[in-house]
Design a protein around this ligand. Structure first.
Ligand code: API
Length: 271
């Protein structure tokens, strides 16, 4: 079966998007997702995004998210903006991490990513801990915070994120038994009260040019520690995102999304 896809990115975090809202596609297994995401033998992307009808009627459609390793996860901020641009109008979208609201904007989108969660069981962690100041360390990275913004994040604050060996420490922390569902690893530098610099080792992918949920989780953790205002710019290697934690406890993320190209592939080549 010949299948169409749309290649998009948000600040260099890239996606292959399959639109199955009219049905007809074969089942997308974890293995097929990983094969399509493979940059050597597949189409190549950080995440594979599958759009489906939401039979429950609670949303306009469902967005499913598969990391490059094939794992299906709950949220993807950059892909949410890409889907908003692709869809072309406001929409309520169901994800495994909860309901999000997309609003296309000039050259990108604003997404209401929902409400953050802070209880150790909601991250989740393997045992009870203060998630605002965790008494743990991996090499030079210590005393992180943890936030769930649909998906799980651990956030370290350091004087210079650019010198941290995240390619070495990232996988060690991602797979630590403290994190039963694994974890996205964020290393941030507070520049001033409205600017954060961030690099991310993504669960199921590795180092990416940008991580939207990482920017959300990091901004919220910095706000909880009183380090920044409730509306900040988060500068990732691929570019900036604007993150606001509203007074009614919603996380608003605003930033660019880019359509790269549209293509087709033969499903049986990957299944
Ligand atoms: N790696 C993440 C999913 C994608 C998040 C990122 N690409 C974003 O823009 O939020 C996880 O396993 O939870």
């Amino acid at each position: 079966m010949r299948v169409s896809f749309t290649k998009m990115h948000g600040l260099g975090n890239d996606f292959v998007i399959l639109d199955n809202r009219n049905g007809g596609l074969p089942e997308l297994t974890n293995a097929v997702a990983a094969a399509l995401a493979n940059r050597t033998t597949g189409i190549g992307c950080d995440q594979l995004i599958l759009l489906e009808n939401d039979e429950s009627g609670d949303s306009d459609f469902r967005m499913r998210i598969f990391n490059a390793d094939g794992s299906e996860v709950e949220a993807c901020g950059n892909a949410s903006r890409a889907v908003a641009l692709l869809h072309g109008e406001s929409a309520r979208v169901a994800t495994d991490g909860g309901l999000i609201a997309l609003e296309p904007a000039e050259g990108g989108a604003r997404v209401d990513m929902g409400t953050p969660r802070f209880e150790w069981q909601d991250i989740p962690l393997a045992y009870a801990m203060d998630t605002l100041s965790m008494p743990v360390a991996w090499g030079p990275l210590e005393n992180p915070a943890a936030v769930n913004v649909g998906n799980p994040h651990v956030i370290f604050f350091t004087d210079d994120t650019d010198v941290v060996e995240l390619d070495v420490l990232g996988p060690e922390i991602e797979h630590d038994p403290l994190f039963p569902d694994r974890i996205n690893v964020n290393v941030a530098t507070i520049e001033d009260r409205t600017n954060i610099r961030l690099r991310v080792w993504e669960r199921g992918v590795g180092l990416t040019r940008a991580c939207g949920t990482g920017a959300c989780a990091t901004a919220i953790a910095a706000m909880r520690r009183g380090l920044v205002e409730r509306n900040v710019t988060v500068a990732l290697p691929g570019g900036p995102l604007q993150i606001e934690w509203t007074k009614d406890n919603r996380i608003l993320m605003t930033g660019p999304a880019t359509l790269s190209f549209v293509g087709t592939f033969e499903w049986s080549d990957f299944a």
